[in-house]
Write a protein of this length. Sequence first.
Lengths: 327, 327, 326, 326
Amino acid sequence: MALSPREVLARMLLMRRFEEMVITLARAHKLGRQHLAIGNEALGAAALMQLRAGDLIYTTHRNHGHMIARGVDPGKALAEILGRAGGLNGGKGGTWHMTDPSLGFQSTSAMVGGSIGLSVGGAFALKHKKTDNVAVALFGDGALDEGIAYEALNIASLYALPVLFLCENNSKEGEAQTSRLATKELTAVPKALKIACASVDGGDPEAAGKAVATALAHVRDGNGPYFLEAQLVRWPGSHQTVHAFTTGVTDVTAAWDSAKASNVHAEWQRTDPILRTARTLIARGTVTREDVVALDNAAAVTMAKARGFAEASPYPKPEAALAGVFV
Amino acid sequence: MALSPREVLARMLLMRRFEEMVITLARAHKLGRQHLAIGNEALGAAALMQLRAGDLIYTTHRNHGHMIARGVDPGKALAEILGRAGGLNGGKGGTWHMTDPSLGFQSTSAMVGGSIGLSVGGAFALKHKKTDNVAVALFGDGALDEGIAYEALNIASLYALPVLFLCENNSKEGEAQTSRLATKELTAVPKALKIACASVDGGDPEAAGKAVATALAHVRDGNGPYFLEAQLVRWPGSHQTVHAFTTGVTDVTAAWDSAKASNVHAEWQRTDPILRTARTLIARGTVTREDVVALDNAAAVTMAKARGFAEASPYPKPEAALAGVFV
Amino acid sequence: MSQKSFTVAMIDALAHSLKNDPNVVVIGAHSFLSDRGLKPEDERALWDAFPDRLIDPPTSEGVCTSLATGAAMAGMRPFLNYGTATFAYEAFNQIMSETANVHAMSGGQLRAPLTLHMFAGIRGGGAGQHSSSPQAMYANSAGLELVLPASPADAQGLLRSAIKSDNPTVVITHTKLLAMTGDVPDGDFTIPFGQARIAREGRDVTIVATSLMVREALKAAEALAKDGVEAEVVDPRTIVPLDAETICASVRKTGRLVTVDEGNALCSISSEISALVAERAFDALKAPILRVARPPVPIAFSPPLEAHVTPNADKVVAAVKKLTQA
Amino acid sequence: MSQKSFTVAMIDALAHSLKNDPNVVVIGAHSFLSDRGLKPEDERALWDAFPDRLIDPPTSEGVCTSLATGAAMAGMRPFLNYGTATFAYEAFNQIMSETANVHAMSGGQLRAPLTLHMFAGIRGGGAGQHSSSPQAMYANSAGLELVLPASPADAQGLLRSAIKSDNPTVVITHTKLLAMTGDVPDGDFTIPFGQARIAREGRDVTIVATSLMVREALKAAEALAKDGVEAEVVDPRTIVPLDAETICASVRKTGRLVTVDEGNALCSISSEISALVAERAFDALKAPILRVARPPVPIAFSPPLEAHVTPNADKVVAAVKKLTQA
Ligand SMILES: Cc1ncc(C[n+]2csc(CCOP(=O)(O)OP(=O)(O)O)c2C)c(N)n1
Ligand SMILES: Cc1ncc(C[n+]2csc(CCOP(=O)(O)OP(=O)(O)O)c2C)c(N)n1
Ligand SMILES: [Mg+2]
Ligand SMILES: [Mg+2]
């Protein structure tokens, strides 16, 4: 079942508006650091929207987009980021550890390499249960620096575990490199370990969607693990500790209004997956400019409600800090 | 400078007689476990005899052969294995941690993957000092299961460190496999990480010697790391906890006396690197049968003296246990 | 009741678990089962009975821990055996940052019912890398149960509880206990966590000891009894949770405390028990609290060096005499 | 003397080390130097001055530790910065089994003069994986020196000593100390290990505190002074080696002890100091020893939850009052 391009765009817009809301709230509530997934929307939506009930997901510090893409309640997610009782984890996790098992999220680990490690355990359990569900490990290129990633790739291949290794590569050589591998090809090591591999433009939701579909089919059919590298354009604010609208608040009309697209953020707007996707779909006649504006407005409405929920949610009682360590 | 085949054979015989003496002493003194290097003599001698002053060596639980090959005093080594004050480490290390920095031995680590990790540090220091010395990591195929091995290969390649990764592969599929890699090619991952690689028959001292010479030249010339896989025949006693002369006490005359070579150990005697090398050198006329017997006798004499030294060496004073933790 | 060795008791606990719960899987089965005193046919039968659930993994402690943890979060009940305790250090981040946090960090949404087993202690010739007693490090974490069995019966009952527990549980077995034999109840039974065992009653001094040191404490108590000193020996059995009540009650009775644990003295289980009593039963104390522990040195290979730093009955006797003769 | 922030003091120590010894190399330089309060031109100047000796390695804590250790054994003097302390758990086996053992296990033939630095503590929003205070685990090892600086001057002097030390030295910096400013002697100086600092003199109670908790203990002492209770605040500064003498002498003077450390309570530095005093200065004690530490729970993200479990001045005051009012 192919994804509807319009729905994918709608989801991408929600992901973007979510992160922009995080910036707004981070400033208003003086929050610490979050890692925003701005720029990762195309891959995120295309991948997570294809998962099924029972699939297990393991993500990283840069997790917000994955959760929104999969359909997690943005109000509960924002509440968690604010540390509120109504948050996904009741305030115990915060941005780095949001979890929603009802949608398959097993873990957000902020340890580089954490998600890839745990994912093989989920895959092991799925194989034991003889389902056609899959485990999906989402991780950055940086995770491949860690020995645990190598060990996980090896054991997944050795035991033919049903796991999709989905690498979000946002490393640009020279600037802001988040991995230091001796090879430029991120698929070289998984290939050496006999894992089926592919690379795809992660800024193109259709290409990414197809690549993910191929990968998922491979894994669901019992052929063992699959490693997919999604090449992403790095958002300039990816590593900011104090949040700023580094590339401006997204203006979807910049997709067609060349005056807007030639401002200081022109370089970003050229590669921004949201604007890219809007341009493509409009050119192809799949959506109109008005559709895009309408979808964006709907996302804004959803996020305003989500903010209302999150900010109205109380903090947990202090004594809750001592409870819930053991079952 | 090529190695003299006769000297290599002599060294191999000393290595073998050393391990046989360890079996004898282990029984006499009720020692715990050692990992013997019987069967690894050809590679060990060919590699270690080529090293220079200033080269740094990092070895594993199966270290005895490496030390004897490099010329470490067998008496001090035996004394260390017995835990005596006259041992290499004054009794503090035992079989698993023998060290002799005067010959370049920096560390014996009994942690699988330990030697390969530390070796890149030595290589880093050598590069910093701008010498043409090399670091040599000796490790088993099992080390490649560990994430630390992957990280070490990566950083060595990334920083072009002068290190020879020398893998002693004694894994036979099915029986006594000491590694569980998803690929049968041990060089696949180092290759993926852009490290120059080769494999060689580690039971043939000439082939091994040439392969090591090529590898060392590559590293000394500043071309970065090199990964050499030596394929070894696994000695059936490799994993014994209570030592036995599993394949009999080595009888060099079995190299030419077919009656002896057809006993219960015939399979082993066919592949035993000592007998193989003797047969080759005799066939080629490099040595005579009498030479082989004479070299073997010399090894036996050396080992008898070594035993005498070791057994006469006193235990350290108990209070020494508390000293020497900090400099 | 039947006589069993410590290892056979542990293996029986594992076999009960495998039989009763199809989600139990053993990772690192080989080093747990082989050369452990089972009859060869019994060992063979186990491997044959559970061909998919006894696993001999790569030498990759890190990912074995992630695998076991991830599988536990997804509904299985893994038992992971590391072999020697130091090997688990390779997985320390996985244990501390992932496994221990699963339940609390998810706000109770997830749980990680797995057992992490390791062989520890000064074992005779283990030297610097195979002689660790890391119990205090696991106690100092948050989110891990910690079990230190000291007898065959406890080994079987506590291990069975560990596997049944819905929390991640670290079980540390002293290598020198493996050959110990003792009476073990028949069948499948559990021993609850957080209940100390009074291994010997006494009135003059309390000795709190763990793991192999319980045996040494009992030996010391026998020796002391000959001099008219009656020592009470308390074995907490689990450190997380800890039965502080039983320990404090004993000290309130005896007025004196010696703690014995084989870990490095600094920030050890011994330190903890001492601090606990200095906090909660201070008024009952008639004398300083003495610790018998390993001095903070890497263990040397040589037998006399190893012996010099190993806590034992003689050292316990000496500590008690210091208190009772003062 | 000049006023400096804690981080600038640490960076100055590093800069002195780089200048004075060509074998000093910094691995993990970026997270040590960037955003740490240096003027941009001063930071730039450092990178320019030591282009080959300030290194930004792969995210591979394990091999970075092996690399630093191997280089130290071969004559260099590496300073390895892990960033957040939990990241060092990835290297725990390398630290515990390799680094800590180098000197002893080789029978004194080799040494590993390196510094392992990490940022630790409950830092505000660090949640379960970025809030560890692992000092007790390092103290429980054998073969590692352990330093916990609590002021800018100590940070500079102790760090300089750590780099000069011929032993592997773990330095743990509390993240919340980074912005602290204070008077620091000018130039290149060292502070010897094993010498506690009396941060405040008093007669009624001894408060032994480490790292950030020294500040909280001093705040508590000010508050207590208003009620006529004069607390003596002792900062051991190094845990290995530990200045037991100064601690015991203080308790002999005051007769009361409260220990304050941010680590998990169980088997903590607090437990150790308590046990030390219960052993060596028991006769001077007039009251139980109380510990103020973090309860053994993973740190939750939410601010009120985090605050609830963080040791602070109020909790210290409450503990002291329990003792002095009893
Ligand atoms: C084990 C560990 N080491 C170091 C860090 C610090 N750290 C946080 S994010 C990051 C970069 C990760 O890069 P990548 O995985 O590519 O993700 P990206 O941020 O680029 O999306 C690092 C090193 C960490 N979180 N965990
Ligand atoms: C970190 C670690 N994990 C596990 C072990 C247990 N162990 C000892 S020897 C060995 C097999 C090693 O195989 P290999 O490296 O190929 O060496 P071989 O014994 O075959 O020469 C293992 C797993 C160990 N010593 N260290
Ligand atoms: Mg990245
Ligand atoms: Mg092998």
